[in-house]
Design a protein around this ligand. Structure first.
Ligand SMILES: Nc1ncnc2c1ncn2[C@@H]1O[C@H](COP(=O)(O)OP(=O)(O)OP(=O)(O)O)[C@@H](O)[C@H]1O
Length: 240
C-alpha cells in the first residue's frame, strides 16, 4: 500500500463553526509526514479525524485501507494526544506494562518501548513526579507498544530539550525506515525540515502538501518559516 491515509473533501464543524473546509491529502506509508500550521489552524482536528474520534460533516478518511475509526484499526494505530495520557499514580514501567497487557504483550515489549524514548533511568518513578517533557515521553512509550503501523503524534516534542528533540526525531525516522507511518504535528517551523513530507494548514485549509525541498524551491527560500509566510501571501494576493 502506497498511502497509509487518504483524506478526501473533509469538512468538520466544531461548536457550529466550520474548522476544516474540504481537506484532501494523502499520507504516504513508511514516511514521516509533518502537519504544520499556526495555533487554531485545525491540526488537532485533522488528527482526530484520522484517528477516528472526530465527528465529520462530510468527506472520507481512509486509514490503512479502512474507514477511520474502524475497530480493526485500534491495534494498528498509536496515538499520542497533546495532554499526556498516562496514569500519574503509576510508575513509567507500570504504565507501559499496563498498555502492553491491553495489547496482549509482556514486560519485554513494555521495557523496550521505555528504552526507545530514553526513559530507562526513570522507569520506576511515578509519572506524576516526572517533568512535563518526561511525561510526554512516557505517553509516547505507551503508544509505541505493539509496533503500530501508523503513529499519530500531536506535538510530541513540546517541552523537550534540543538534545532530546533531536533524539526523538532520529527515532521517528528509524521507525519510518522500519515501515511505520508517522503523522507528527508541530507549530515549530524549525521541525518542518526534519519531515519527509509536509502538510501546511492555515485556517482549516491545506495550503501546502509536498516535500520540504519542493516547498523551499517553489517559494524561493531555504527558510521554511519564510516559505510558509510566502505561500500565505501568495494566496492572499490571489484572493484579493
Ligand atoms: N471542542 C471544541 N469546540 C469548539 N471548537 C473547537 C473545539 N476544539 C477546537 N475548536 C476550534 O477548532 C479550531 C481548530 O482547532 P484545533 O485544535 O484543531 O487547532 P490546532 O491547529 O491543533 O491548534 P493548536 O496548535 O493550538 O493545538 C479552532 O478554531 C478551535 O477554536
Amino acid at each position: 500500500m502506497d498511502n497509509a491515509v487518504e483524506v478526501r473533501d473533509l469538512v468538520v464543524e466544531r461548536g457550529k463553526r466550520t474548522v476544516l473546509h474540504g481537506i484532501s491529502c494523502d499520507i504516504p506509508a513508511g514516511q514521516v509526514t509533518g502537519l504544520l500550521g499556526p495555533s487554531g489552524s485545525g491540526k488537532t482536528t485533522l488528527i482526530r479525524a484520522v484517528v477516528g474520534v472526530q465527528i465529520v460533516r462530510s468527506g472520507t478518511v481512509m486509514v490503512l485501507g479502512r474507514p477511520a475509526g474502524s475497530a480493526p484499526l485500534r491495534r494498528e494505530l498509536g496515538y499520542v494526544t497533546q495532554a499526556p495520557s498516562v496514569y500519574a499514580d503509576l510508575s513509567v514501567r507500570e504504565n507501559a506494562r499496563y498498555f502492553a497487557a491491553l495489547r496482549g504483550l509482556g514486560a519485554t515489549e513494555a521495557d523496550r518501548a521505555i528504552t526507545d524514548v530514553g526513559l530507562a533511568q526513570a522507569c520506576n518513578q511515578l509519572v506524576g513526579n516526572l517533568s512535563g517533557g518526561q511525561r510526554s515521553r512516557a505517553s509516547l512509550a505507551c503508544a509505541l507498544i505493539g509496533h503500530p503501523k501508523l503513529l499519530v503524534l500531536d506535538e510530541p516534542t513540546v517541552g523537550q530539550d534540543p538534545v532530546l528533540r533531536a533524539d526523538l526525531w532520529a527515532r521517528f525516522h528509524e521507525l519510518a525506515a522500519g515501515g511505520t507511518t508517522l503523522l507528527v504535528s508541530s507549530h515549530v517551523m524549525d521541525e518542518a525540515g526534519r519531515c519527509d513530507r509536509l502538510l501546511l494548514v492555515r485556517e482549516g485549509r491545506l495550503i501546502g502538501d509536498d516535500t520540504p525541498a519542493a516547498i523551499r524551491a517553489r517559494s524561493g527560500t531555504d527558510d521554511l518559516e519564510e516559505a510558509f509566510l510566502r505561500l500565505i501571501r501568495q494566496l492572499d494576493e490571489v484572493a484579493a
